[in-house]
Design a protein around this ligand. Structure first.
Ligand code: UDP
Length: 691
């Protein structure tokens, strides 16, 4: 009994939060007095016109494409990332959300990168950095004869810079800091955000190499390297000061950060490594599980660091990084959905899956019964879901959105102005874009498929495969019109028979038929972003995530919300109530009063029938392993990565986090972020009143 809403114009569709708060605060153009001078409809027209202007360069009718793009956005079928909405057609024509720029082991470069990042934040983009090239703390500095202060201390400088830019920028700058697991300062990095308030403008992830991860699995030692020399690190006093227990007794003024003195009591399992782990002057090796425990403990305490599976990301890259080491990836953008080369940027856009449901779709349970009753059908879940989606999904619409969306994003690459020549140059050579989804959870509700079930995992895999293949085919067609991306010769697409499995998965084509190479316009096409704000504009569930809840507090920043966090009702939930003759006003009021008093506990605590409450599983109601399985299913047909938070209950133990990490690695994810409910104060999403 689920009513769907399709085809309305944007003015009718936009929720009050989107229309009255989010769009005016950040997206609609303003005059010098700060007065809004644009309607939401004009915003989409501005963006469509600016992006479609590129079509002219390719001999196409720009007006016609502008009309199509505008319609696509007006119906909220496709929403580009925030910087495109904010900046297209304005003087600040920077349209990408994702950047990676990493400092070299050089003081000048470290501060150059800080300045470059500041410029990116001003345009609403987020920056990821790999700090792996920086020499470890206490290493020699030839020029001064002094000692190096190490990656973590420079991260504090970047953190301050980002904090300072925040006020003037389009939105909060977001940063990702990565350090390889085989960097001597990895221990310091793992505990860098242990105290709340430190490095608040950073997400952290350990970039796990294959050697490190295998050593964890086999419970062995692994070698740590000094990036200055490329050789195994020769243990210095400063390295020993962090890892060796004997330093725990030393005067605290001399020994800053000694893991035994500061944290050992709180990290279960670390006792196994008591004593001095290192000997000064010798090659540095550590028990892999010691570092692993530091990581897992941090993630358990407050969600950081996350895990980035570095070698997996490089193996899946569209370049063979052994043959072309310059294409190696060392980091992702802030929310993890885009592993990028150094100085690469990427613009994103999302298919709104919640609008791709067929008229009057069958309910999965009914379909399954019908299917199982058919003696010839067999009991293959893949086949059942395939047949189900044929009836339940409007594939004409899905294909059209994915095709137009891909073309839009390729035009954005050309239309975007970047603050740095190096970025302009790299983006121009690679032309990566990130077509993804939003509204996956809402689609599942409409189809009667429970998020996290086996069927939902299969739905994720099949829909993403479809989007990926449509995007690839579109990019292939664009290559015929506009040429391949300039670095194509170096890519796996130029040599499909050397990478048959990879090629087949990404294109759905037979490598033998493309012996001379497969022309394509973009080196990467798909990616699943969080869509934190854009999904609120489109009034649907975020990215590939389950619903956080049907009503919650959302902290989006003071410019949007004022002093109080926004109360966000899942609009789709309200529409379902309405369609089922529930008194929506009464439910709203009850929800607000429960939220205020702290007594709210999910849809089942509201005065609605159980069958309706059951339709809306919350993120916390989904089992950890099912979160990971959904992520892995999307990843299978995504060139970039998947931004996903694996939620676990507040009382989950550390082993549960480690299990999530291992499962993600087993299922070929590129990274994983686990968040234990309530482990941080000031959560972005919450159902508890603050204070
Ligand atoms: N991002 C950012 N600042 C923010 C939110 C996001 O710089 O406050 C960047 C970051 O690189 C992130 C990407 O935008 O990975 C996509 O995030 P999301 O999909 O949530 O952004 P939206 O387009 O919905 O605003």
């Amino acid at each position: 009994p689920v009513k769907r809403v399709t085809g309305e114009t944007v003015a009718e569709r936009l929720t009050e939060n989107a229309r009255e708060r989010i769009l005016p605060a950040r997206y609609l153009l303003k005059d010098e007095q700060g007065e809004v001078v644009e309607t939401p409809a004009e915003l989409f027209e501005r963006v469509a016109t600016a992006v479609a202007a590129v079509e002219e360069e390719h001999g196409n009718d720009a007006d016609r494409w502008a009309e199509r793009f505008e319609e696509l956005m007006t119906h909220l079928e496709f929403v580009p990332n925030s910087p495109t909405l904010m900046n297209a057609g304005t003087e600040l024509g920077q349209l990408s959300a994702c950047f990676v720029i990493s400092p070299d082991d050089d003081l000048g470069d470290i501060f150059d990168v800080a300045r470059q990042a500041a410029e990116i934040f001003q345009s609403g983009g987020g920056v990821g950095y790999s700090f792996s090239a920086l020499r470890p703390k206490g290493d020699v500095v030839q020029e001064t004869g002094g000692i190096a202060s190490g990656p973590v201390s420079f991260m504090s400088v970047y953190d301050q810079m980002c904090e300072t830019i925040k006020a003037g920028g389009k939105r909060r700058g977001a940063q990702m800091g990565m350090l390889r697991a085989d960097h001597p300062d990895v221990g310091r990095f793992c505990v860098a955000k242990r105290e709340e308030g430190r490095l608040e403008n950073f997400n952290l992830s350990v970039a796990a190499t294959r050697e490190f991860y295998e050593a964890v699995q086999d419970d062995e030692e692994y070698t740590l390297y000094n990036p200055r020399t490329g050789e195994p690190h020769e243990v210095t006093e400063w390295t020993a000061r962090f890892y060796n227990e004997s330093y725990a007794e030393t005067d605290p003024d001399i020994v800053e950060e000694n893991v035994w003195r500061d944290y050992a009591d709180e990290i279960p399992g670390i006792e196994a490594y008591r004593g001095d782990l290192l000997t000064e002057g010798e090659e540095m090796t550590l028990p892999a599980r010691f570092v692993w425990r530091l990581m897992v403990d941090g993630a358990w305490r407050n969600g950081e660091p996350g895990l980035f599976l570095l070698d997996q990301a490089n193996a899946e890259h569209s370049f063979d990084v052994d043959a072309y080491p310059d294409h190696r990836i060392e980091a992702t953008n802030p929310c993890g959905e885009q592993p990028l080369e150094d100085y690469e940027a990427c613009n994103l856009g999302h298919v709104n899956l919640s609008l791709c449901v067929a008229d009057d779709p069958p309910h999965w349970d009914d379909f399954r019964e019908r299917w199982d009753g058919d003696a010839e059908a067999g009991d293959d879940l893949d086949a059942a879901v395939d047949a189900f989606l044929d009836e339940a999904v409007d594939f004409d619409r899905l294909d059209r959105i994915a095709r137009l969306g891909t073309r839009f994003l390729d035009d954005v690459v050309t239309a975007s102005d970047f603050p740095l020549d190096e970025i302009e140059e790299t983006v121009g050579r690679l032309r990566k874009v990130g077509l993804g989804v939003m509204g996956f959870a809402e689609l599942l509700v409409q189809l009667g498929v429970r998020y996290g079930s086996d069927a939902s995992v299969e739905v994720a895999r099949q829909l993403m495969a479809r989007i990926d293949h449509v995007a690839t085919q579109t990019s292939h067609d664009l290559a015929a019109e506009r040429g391949v991306f300039p670095a194509w010769e170096e890519s796996k697409y130029a040599d499909p028979t050397a990478h048959p499995e990879w090629f087949r998965r990404h294109t759905g084509e037979d490598p033998a038929e493309w012996e001379d190479g497969y022309p394509i316009r973009n080196h990467g096409l798909t990616s699943i972003a969080p869509t934190g704000t854009t999904s609120m504009i489109a009034d649907t569930s975020a990215g590939c995530e389950p619903l956080y809840d049907v009503v919650y507090f959302k902290n989006v920043g003071r410019d949007v919300q004022g002093a109080e966090p926004l109360v966000e009702f899942d609009d789709y939930f309200l529409r379902v109530l309405e369609a089922n003759d529930v008194d929506v006003e009464a439910v709203r009021n009850e929800a607000l009063s429960l939220l205020e008093s702290g007594a709210y506990d999910g849809p089942s605590s509201l005065p609605i029938p159980d069958e309706l409450a059951d339709l809306f599983p919350r993120a916390r109601d989904v089992d950890m392993a099912d979160h990971v399985r959904v992520q892995a299913a999307f990843q299978e047909h995504v060139d970039g990565a998947v931004s996903k938070t694996v939620n676990v209950a507040h009382d989950a133990d550390r082993e549960r986090i480690a299990d999530a990490y291992h499962l993600a690695a087993d299922l070929a994810c590129k990274g994983v972020t686990v968040y234990r409910s309530g482990s941080r104060s000031g959560q972005v999403l919450s159902t508890e009143p603050e204070g």
